[in-house]
Design a protein around this ligand. Sequence first.
Ligand code: 6PG
Length: 483
Amino acid sequence: MKADIGLVGLAVMGENLVLNMESHGFTIAVYNRTVEKVDAFTSGRGAGKHIIGAHSPKELVAVLKKPRIVMIMVRAGSAVDDTIAQIAPLLEPGDIIVDGGNSNYQDTMRRLAELEGKGLLYVGTGVSGGEEGALNGPSLMPGGSEAAWPHIKPIFQAIAAKVDDGSPCCDWVGPGGAGHFVKMVHNGIEYGDMQLIAEVYHMMRDQLGMTPDEMADVFEAWNKGELDSYLVAITRDILRFKDEDGLPIVDKILDAAGQKGTGKWTGITALDFSVPVTLIVEAVFARCLSAMKDERVRAVKILGKPSGARFKGSRGAFIEDLGKALYAAKIISYAQGFMLLREAAAEYGWKLNYGSIALMWRGGCIIRSRFLGRIKEAFDAEPSLSNLVFAPFFAAQVLENESALRNVVGEAVASGIPVPALSSALEWFDGLRTERLPANLLQAQRDYFGAHTYERIDKPRGEFFHTNWTGHGGSTAASTYVV
Ligand code: 6PG
């Protein structure tokens, strides 16, 4: 018996992907660096199935059909390089290595160049949906050597999540690091969605004094409308969950968020590309601030708590506004995420299909939602759409919910509840619609102190001017460049 695919790395994601592939009729060879895990798996969860245990990379490669496909599911970083170093020398030109971890897309581009140089094919794929998704249908975002796609497509599309019409949440994303780039942006958006939900929860808890059960009822209702999504659904379930003593467990969890770095990468990339992905960056910093627990406790002792205004309005109307604000901010966050994808496509010459990316995220992954169906429709109707909020549907939706967002942010500011993601959404939206920002003054300042020059509204774009502001600065201008 020969295997259709080999998989290295039997942690929970790897194991579940193997079981998912097997349940779709594929034979999988498995290898793990700690070899006991191979036997534990083949005699445990993998027993009696079309799964071949290999005790060395050589054994793994020997049982694969050609062209060989080896999928790596190890921790992102040097472990991927180490695994490639073990596997690649055993392969022949035309064989395929697939990295399914949360690798940095730049690492993927480097590995791709190295392996293609040896005649091998390399795919960096996003895999989202956690352990349950890996087992029952993840969202898969593969990119890299396109010649590999026909070989991995039948396996990937079989195991991926499906949307209502049966379309798989997996398609070819593009060359180079496109697959891992799209996964990185997915994770950044995940950070944004989670932070927005957390801020709304904070307002419900501290502004309205709602109990977790009351909040769960609201999230349950929201999950039946436009906010219908996995993250809203699990928030409802988390809020309802009781500890052994019968009290809500959410109240006992320390408010110090962790992170593995993919949100941070999204922010760094946004800065590198000069794309204002403000909401995701605020979401990353909100996690950083939360993690400074001791410092915050100290701050309260020294500076006291914000002593803002108490809420005086109608509770019911405000809860409705919270839902609308969440929705408006979510539209803005996705608009920002897609702006970053567009910039990366321009930078790297990738032809990204945004409708297809929305479909890949529509099911299986952590940010899956009804809303992504709407995004797919918007990009299908206008593939070259430059900004999601310009699509007629989203333009109307964001404007309809704008006053609620403004009201929620206003209340939060007045009462001293931090809402960095919600407010950054509003700031971005206001900035986008401001034809004349104060950057004219900023340009004048730059020119004043450093002769950095400016463009004029009464002259064509691209013509730069310098003013001798002080009378003794001279008329020599600095050249324009970016470090
Ligand atoms: C997914 C998730 C996953 C991510 C975790 C943890 O799509 O299944 O994005 O890939 O690793 O959500 O991320 P943080 O530890 O950074 O929150």
